[in-house]
Design a protein around this ligand. Structure first.
Ligand code: FPP
Ligand code: MG
Length: 316
């Protein structure tokens, strides 16, 4: 993982100091580095350890893409907080943060472009899906999204990079197409479970662990899995908070708190249902691991299994 960190650091060097400063700021805020971890653990399942240079390149490329999306996402969401700190958007302003996102994306592609065409095309596809996921994610007051639409958004905005990480590792290991597909499906299902947990943690997590205020998805009226399941219970509070036209203005902190209380008291139904859904996708991920397991002697499958458990039990 140190090699990924070093490669990222070398790629964020820039003549314009603002680009480097904002990139370093985001990098130092930390993060789980789950996407590079997925690259390495999948490669280990094929006995590829230590990681070859190409794998380190794609792992760093994927993390750089992820960093670019976080910068752009905080602009779109007007989020002041990220990982317990001011967001880059708040600290450095919209213009410079936007440009740093562009910069990181180009740096990422300069790494991916050194790999074969299949990986370049898969990376392009994942980036298109990221933008599609983000653009589909309109406030619930503008359209009544179904749970299927919410899951499509999760698949595109989050699972696309998880899928790419696992796909690239299996492809570089020269696994046969059926196994490459099982790895990709593993990554995608895990990514969807991860996003559902994100939606749950938005209302259940301790704010210090979450690194931002709770209830952001309520405040922004997002078509998150939890919000849609909440609306489906027929709750009048859910309709009042999530479907009010935007012209009515922002929700107050007190309104958001009422929402959180209803969603979490007595282990609220929407949260319980969302957990079931996350478990379903984690199980789908595990089924794909079984295909892998049957294919050859696998040394790091326990770690990939542990990653599924981590996604379901994580606190942040
Ligand atoms: C976070 O969601 C957002 C994403 C995972 C995807 C963001 C994608 C874009 C901004 C498209 C731009 C694409 C490229 C290739 C640069 P969230 O707001 O639910 O999570 P948060 O709580 O971390 O903000
Ligand atoms: Mg956001």
């Amino acid at each position: 993982m140190n090699e990924v960190e070093e490669l990222i650091r070398s790629k964020i060097a820039a003549e314009a100091s603002q680009l480097q400063q904002i990139s370093s700021y985001l990098l130092e805020l930390g993060g789980k580095r789950i996407r590079p971890a997925l690259c390495f653990l999948t490669a280990r399942a094929f006995g590829k350890h230590p990681p070859e240079p190409k794998l380190i390149q794609i792992a760093a490329g994927i993390e750089l893409i992820h960093m670019a999306t976080l910068l752009h996402d905080d602009i779109i969401d007007k989020s002041p907080r990220r990982r317990n700190s001011d967001s880059a958007y708040l600290k450095f302003g919209l213009g410079d943060t936007l440009l740093t996102g562009d910069f990181l994306l180009v740096r990422a592609f300069s790494l991916c472009a050194q790999l074969d065409e299949t990986i370049v095309l898969a990376t392009e596809r994942a980036c298109v899906e990221l933008t599609e996921g983000e653009i589909l994610e309109r406030p619930l007051s503008l359209y009544q999204a179904s749970i299927e639409e919410s899951l499509t958004i999760a698949r595109k905005k989050t699972a696309a990079l998880f899928r790419l990480a696992c796909f690239a590792a299996a492809h570089l290991a020269k696994a046969n197409p059926e196994i490459v597909n099982a790895c990709s499906e593993f990554g995608e299902s895990l990514g969807i479970a991860f996003q559902i947990l994100d939606d749950i943690l938005d209302v259940t997590a301790d704010e210090t662990l979450l690194g931002k205020p709770r209830g952001t998805d309520i405040r922004e009226g997002k078509p998150s899995v939890v919000n849609i399941l909440w609306l489906q219970t027929g709750s009048s509070l859910a309709a009042e908070l999530l479907l009010s036209p935007q012209e009515m203005g922002e929700l107050s902190a007190e309104q958001v708190e009422r929402g959180i209380i209803e969603l979490t008291e007595d282990n609220g139904e929407p949260v319980k249902e969302a957990r079931k859904l996350a478990k379903h996708y984690a199980d789908c991920a595990l089924q794909n691991l079984e295909i892998l397991e049957q294919s050859q002697n696998q040394s790091s499958l326990p770690e990939l299994r542990a990653l599924c458990d981590f996604v379901l039990t994580r606190l942040l």
